[in-house]
Design a protein around this ligand. Structure first.
Ligand code: NFE
Length: 464
């Protein structure tokens, strides 16, 4: 058996290493390793619960608004607030723009360099192996790759119109949003959204089709068990009605809704002091980076004891009847199809904004001690859960999409979706295992989110 190590895996957010074990040409075992420890849950203990969105959105620079959303949903419950419809629209517009920014950047900057030949000198290019586009098509894709950076930036620009800044906006607050939409702001955002929509229609979708046409074998590579899950996306109307529904899929069976009590974690393979059995999201664990029988800072997460894949493909299967997958190409296609749906939704919501309508309805006294904020983020299901005493955080737990997709071997000896997708892969050329990067990046992993201060051994020794 041969071991192949990738470290670090580039063109993603955070620090990820992959070890695969190959017999002949077949991957027989895999380990996805999150190499940084963040400790946000520990930082939050004892702080005012109203600070939680500002801290948690700094978990990550690429999905900060998603964390602000989950955290503010949790605060809306704590303060028993009904967000005005115009506030809901603005929240959805800003959250949607984050998806747009992420998905466009992922397709071109993170994923596509595995399939095209970029001009020399650009960073983070792997070995040029298995490139199938001729010079003309390659040139077209390189042109779109370059253009995509400006387009993705437009999405952030549009987010700042209502959110003040991006990333780490200040516009979403508990009870609604902080900025009333003036007519000039709406027009500005519409102009940017139309430009993005044009790029998605004329470039991203045809480029995705082209990729699928030239790499059809990737419908069979990176496959994993058909267990998909989503917390739903975009609240609208009274209560917590969702534009895209929550639920889970096992093979062909869809079950509506998610019972959050069935979501559990464990540290069987994770660098924390070993706690036997299942953990709840708000259980604190103590890091132990020197545990011999562990290999990652990512905790394993499961639903009804089973690992689930989350992300654009799960949402598309649950909401739009997409039938294929999961495979590497299905994950890529789902992201592109989803971003077209989302930019159309954003333009629809922008048209519904009314400059003088209220966007915020706040209460000042917390009425709940336990709270939960669940939404989908660009990469999948995101949960924030808090226990609060007299307005201060006693416990704060976060389960991110990358925890779902890059869960290590769990308590029940099941691999997470990322490891499962790698196992069974045929590596054509073990000296240039291009398949591994393609499979892993199609999940769009973010290890900054997945492993929520690095504590070096020297520091630990100094402290003891
Ligand atoms: Ni750091 Fe994130 C998204 C969240 S992934 S990118 O999407 O939450 O774990």
């Amino acid at each position: 058996m041969k071991e192949i190590k990738f470290s670090p895996v580039t063109r993603l957010s955070g620090l990820l290493s992959i070890d695969v074990f190959v017999e002949g040409k077949t991957v027989v075992d895999a380990r996805v390793k999150g190499n940084q420890y963040r400790g946000f849950e520990q930082m939050l203990v004892g702080r005012d619960i109203r600070d939680a969105p500002y801290f948690t959105e700094r978990i990550c620079g690429i999905c900060s608004f998603a964390h602000a959303t989950a955290s503010n949903y949790a605060l809306d419950t704590i303060f028993a607030e009904d967000v005005p419809v115009q506030g809901q629209l603005l929240r959805n517009i800003m959250l949607g723009l984050e998806f747009v920014q992420n998905h466009i950047r992922h397709f071109y900057a993170f994923g596509l360099p595995d399939y095209i030949e970029l001009p020399p000198g650009l960073p983070y290019q792997g070995p040029v192996v298995d490139r199938r586009f001729g010079p003309q098509l390659n040139q077209r894709l390189v042109g779109d790759y370059v253009e995509s950076f400006g387009i993705a930036a437009r999405a952030h620009e549009a987010q700042t119109i209502f959110g003040g800044k991006a990333p780490h906006q200040h516009g979403m607050v508990h009870g609604g949003v902080a900025v009333t939409p003036a007519a000039d702001k709406i027009l500005h955002a519409q102009g940017l959204a139309r430009e993005i929509q044009g790029f998605i229609t004329s470039r991203l979708l045809p480029d995705t089709e082209l990729l699928a046409e030239y790499y059809p074998d990737y419908y069979e590579i990176g496959t994993s068990p058909r267990r998909l899950l989503s917390f739903g996306l975009f609240r609208i109307g009274e209560g917590i009605d969702l534009v895209w529904k929550a639920g889970s899929v096992q093979d062909e069976t869809f079950t509506a809704g998610i019972d959050h009590d069935l979501i559990k974690e464990d540290v069987a393979s994770s660098w924390y002091e070993n706690v036997a059995g299942e953990l709840s999201p708000t259980d604190l664990v103590v890091p132990d980076p020197y545990r011999e029988d562990a290999y990652t800072f990512v905790k394993a997460v499961h639903y009804e004891r089973l690992p689930y894949e989350v992300g654009p493909l799960a949402r598309l299967v649950i909401n739009k009847g997409y039938r294929r997958g999961p495979s590497t190409m299905d994950r890529i296609i789902a992201r592109s199809l989803e971003v077209k749906e989302i930019i159309d939704l954003i333009l629809g919501w922008l048209a519904l904004l009314t400059p003088s309508a209220p966007v915020l309805k706040r209460n000042e006294t917390p009425v709940q001690k336990e709270t939960l904020g669940m939404t989908d983020a660009p990469r999948g299901a995101l949960l924030h859960q808090a226990i609060v005493e007299e307005g201060l955080i006693n416990r704060y737990g976060i389960i991110t999409p990358t925890m779902w997709n890059f869960s290590p071997l769990n308590l029940y000896q099941s691999h997470g979706p990322g490891e499962a997708a790698l196992i069974g892969t045929i590596i054509e050329d073990p000296d240039n295992p291009v398949e591994i990067g393609r499979i892993v990046r199609a999940f769009d992993p973010c290890l900054s989110c997945g492993t929520h201060l690095i504590r070096l051994k020297q520091d630990r020794d100094k402290n003891t």
